[in-house]
Design a protein around this ligand. Structure first.
Ligand SMILES: N[C@@H](CCC(=O)N[C@@H](CS)C(=O)NCC(=O)O)C(=O)O
Length: 209
């Protein structure tokens, strides 16, 4: 049995998207960051880093959301993370690109424009917003070109890379980033949003849920 600890933002959601797309059963446990539950002795036994998400699989526990997605797909021998070395490398390159580049800047914008207000920690920092927007503009262009080819990140069907990328790109509306300038990304976004498995994750991993 899997247990996912987290909050309804991109790092936890990407793991939920992979679990539900593969169709494995899991329990979701919300962690209240405002109460510093991620730093309690009990939580630190699951994740010594003291951050969410954390994943428990029977008596094994781990941290880092990208690693969790790969682990689950590996254990479940899922076609969403093909064994073929090149297809797997293409999944890995997009997962890393999202975590370190495009997704990282979308998350900066999410922090500045959404979380600051939600947490009552001041107004967005204009220099951070400008920096993030500059990098997003640069880094979203190759994604738009890439998705014009097959409509998916790897090959011509859904893979872990799509679900990870989706967890970041779906923040666009909340951060007031206009996706309509990128028609292939918009088409891909609508297709992934419409997946029953994605809807299932969203109904499970949500605020006050
Ligand atoms: N690279 C990590 C990021 C983990 C992370 O930064 N988690 C944030 C929430 S998204 C957190 O737990 N913040 C609270 C803290 O650092 O105490 C991953 O992908 O899992």
């Amino acid at each position: 049995m899997y247990r996912l600890y987290g909050i309804p933002t991109q790092n936890t959601l990407k793991v939920g998207y992979v679990l539900d797309a593969i169709g494995v059963d899991y329990e979701y446990q919300a962690v209240d960051l405002a109460k510093k539950e991620q730093k309690t002795e009990a939580f630190l036994k699951v994740n010594p880093i003291g951050k969410v998400p954390a994943l428990k699989h029977n008596d094994f526990s781990m941290f880092e959301s990208g690693a969790m997605c790969r682990y689950i797909a590996n254990v479940e021998k899922s076609d969403l993370y093909p064994e073929d070395a090149k297809l797997r490398a293409q999944n890995d390159q997009w997962i890393d690109f999202m975590g370190h580049h495009l997704g990282r800047w979308l998350s900066t914008l999410f922090f500045e424009r959404v979380l600051r207000k939600a947490l009552g920690i001041g107004e967005p920092d204009p220099s951070k917003v400008d920096e993030a927007l500059g990098f997003i503009d640069q880094q979203i262009a190759p994604v738009e070109t890439h998705l014009s080819k097959t409509g998916y990140f790897v090959g011509s069907s859904l893979s872990v890379a799509d679900l990870v990328a989706f967890s970041y790109i779906e923040q666009a509306e909340a951060v007031q980033f206009d996706l309509s300038k990128h028609p292939n990304i918009s088409k891909w976004h609508s297709k992934i949003s419409a997946l029953e498995s994605v809807k299932k994750t969203k109904s499970k991993i949500k605020f006050n849920g």
